[in-house]
Design a protein around this ligand. Structure first.
Ligand code: NI
Length: 196
């Protein structure tokens, strides 16, 4: 199979898995991260196929989304082999997707991994990031904001994580895009508390 056919097969697999998600990790999150990873990979001279493939699968088996994480990972490995990814490609894709998550606190080892992490983080900030934050908070029964106990509120999540992301980008391409999204969030929070 050619690269584009493999990516198309991966896209279908991901569509079936995430199309009904309402936690902010829906199919369109994967699509935006895949597109962004491909763009950054082009700009940074990295392997576009590995970066895009890893971006499509980066949330498969995430513990906050899947009850049986190991099983999902095994099924994914089998699937990638059925579409004729070579063992080498499989290893590179897995390596690039493994350390993306913010909660793990890791910087991926490979350049493609750094790019997927950046692409995922760019989707966590800006207008889309704001929408996803409240969707995720609602799915976990969190309050929007609380004057007395701000912990575990959706708005507190901006301070705990989202406003830190612009300084954690691995690539200069992502740092550039993050600037505008970051200042949009700052303006949003000003307006939020003004209205609150
Ligand atoms: Ni993600």
């Amino acid at each position: 199979m050619h690269y584009t056919e493999k990516l198309d097969a991966i896209r279908h697999y991901i569509y079936n898995m995430f199309s009904n998600d309402s936690t902010g990790h829906d199919y369109y999150h994967m699509e935006r991260v895949a597109r962004m990873a491909r763009t950054i990979a082009e700009q940074e001279g990295a392997n576009r196929f590995i970066a895009e493939a890893a971006a499509w699968i980066h949330d498969v088996g995430d513990r906050k989304l899947f009850s049986d994480s190991a099983n999902e990972i095994n099924k994914l490995n089998e699937f990638l082999l059925t579409i004729n990814c070579t063992p080498d490609q499989l290893n590179q894709i897995k390596a690039a997707a493994r350390d993306v998550s913010f909660s793990k606190g890791r910087i991926p080892m490979t350049q493609e991994g750094k790019i997927v992490q950046d692409a995922d983080r760019l989707d966590a900030i800006g207008a889309i990031g704001i929408a996803r934050t409240f969707a995720y908070g609602g799915s976990k029964e969190q309050l929007i904001w609380d004057n007395n106990s701000k912990d575990n509120t959706s708005v507190q999540h901006f301070y705990d994580k989202l406003l830190k992301l612009k300084d954690l980008m691995n690539t200069s391409s992502a740092r550039e895009i993050a600037k505008e999204r970051h200042s949009f969030m700052e303006n949003y929070l000003d307006q939020f508390f003004h209205e609150w």
